[in-house]
Ligand binder design. Structure first.
Ligand code: CU
Length: 355
């Protein structure tokens, strides 16, 4: 309702302004001033506003850099992140001077060549030289930037092979939280299906799959070993989410019904990053970067990058999937009021639906 009133206000405002302008126009005509040929005084005033705008505009950009510059992301915390930042820096170096020069010229010409009834414009219909110049130069620069970007994209998206020394993690998104799953000792993820989601088995892990028994999943935070390749797999339960790990310069869509992937090698531990940023409270985060619903803002998970030793220690302390399942089963037998948690019976019915 409020929105509607605001919209109505804006529409009425526009109508009112246009009426005022047309009245001023009529007054000008009545006074004998030709309203289609702006008078010299107003013309000079408009021309002077051009450099003023230019200066205010650049001053505003400079002010933003000073005021908010420290909110930029710190140095990249992954190997490929450094390459991506490098590409970004090169792009800035190329486009910033062009941006500044063209804008200075744009407003300078608008000021310099303001309407003057004693001046006649030069006219020429066509210039091949000019056409080639302003087509070829930007095209070449863009081509170089794009080819460089493409080759980097190819490098960082080439999947790791079976021979690569790596760890694997599945990130599972749903409204509105994340779950990280590790394949456990056997190095293999158990099969999972949305049809098997029930009670606390929110990933839909197939408990009849032998690979599933030692899978581990965590919700509050997850750990990564430093200087080791991490192969991520992404899944989503309900709508499209996006796994965004800004400090590692990584982002990938999580799409229901399919598995997407991305990999990177973290090269700075959380402790090192605390030192680099001088921020005692610094943490790496996994965020959702698709507006996926009302509590989208709340979809985040802490990432701890630690030494491989600490990583292995932490992982060994996490419970295996089967152990979690069994502890829930025993609990539900003891306390029948936990009726939301299903037992094996529930699962076998689910499986028969699948078959
Ligand atoms: Cu989301």
């Amino acid at each position: 309702m409020t929105d509607l009133l605001i919209l109505l206000g804006v529409v009425l405002g526009i109508i009112a302004i246009s009426k005022v302008v047309s009245v001023l126009d009529m007054v000008a005509t009545a006074k004998g001033e030709n309203s289609y040929m702006p008078n010299a005084r107003e013309n000079r005033f408009q021309a002077r506003l051009m450099p003023v705008f230019l200066i205010v505009y650049f001053a505003f950009i400079a002010w933003q850099l000073v005021a908010w510059g420290d909110r930029m992301l710190p140095v990249a915390a992954s190997e490929h992140g450094e390459i991506v930042d490098n590409l970004m820096d090169i792009t800035w170096i190329v486009i910033t001077p062009v941006f500044v020069i063209t804008h200075i010229l744009l407003f300078y010409f608008a000021w310099k060549y303001a309407y003057d009834k004693n001046r006649k414009a030069t006219y020429f219909s066509h210039s091949n030289k000019l056409e080639i110049l302003w087509t070829a130069i930007p095209a070449t620069v863009l081509l170089v930037l794009i080819l460089y970007g493409l080759s980097i994209w190819n490098d960082i998206t080439t999947p790791l092979t079976a021979e690569d020394d790596k760890i694997e993690i599945e990130l599972y998104a749903r409204q509105f939280d994340w779950t990280a799953r590790y394949p456990g000792e056997d190095g293999k993820f158990g099969e999972a299906s949305v049809r098997l989601i029930e009670g606390v088995n929110m990933l839909g892990i197939d408990s009849t799959d032998v690979n599933a028994a030692d899978d581990k999943y965590v919700k509050a935070e997850f750990y990564l070993p430093v200087n080791k390749d991490v192969q991520f797999y992404f899944r989503a339960q309900d709508v499209i989410h996006s796994a965004y790990m800004p400090h590692f310069r990584a982002q990938m869509n999580c799409v229901p019904g399919m598995t997407t992937r991305f990999q990177f090698k973290p090269n700075k531990t959380t402790a090192e990053m605390k030192e680099i940023t001088g921020d005692e409270d610094f943490e790496y985060y996994l965020l959702c970067n698709k507006i996926c619903g009302a509590a989208h803002y709340n979809m985040k998970m802490e990432i701890k990058v630690v030494s491989e030793e600490d990583y292995n220690k932490w992982l060994s302390e996490q419970k295996e999937f089967l152990a979690v399942e069994e502890s829930i089963e025993t609990n539900s037998e003891e306390s029948p009021q936990m009726d939301t948690i299903q037992t094996k019976v529930g699962e076998s019915t689910q499986l028969s639906v699948l078959n």
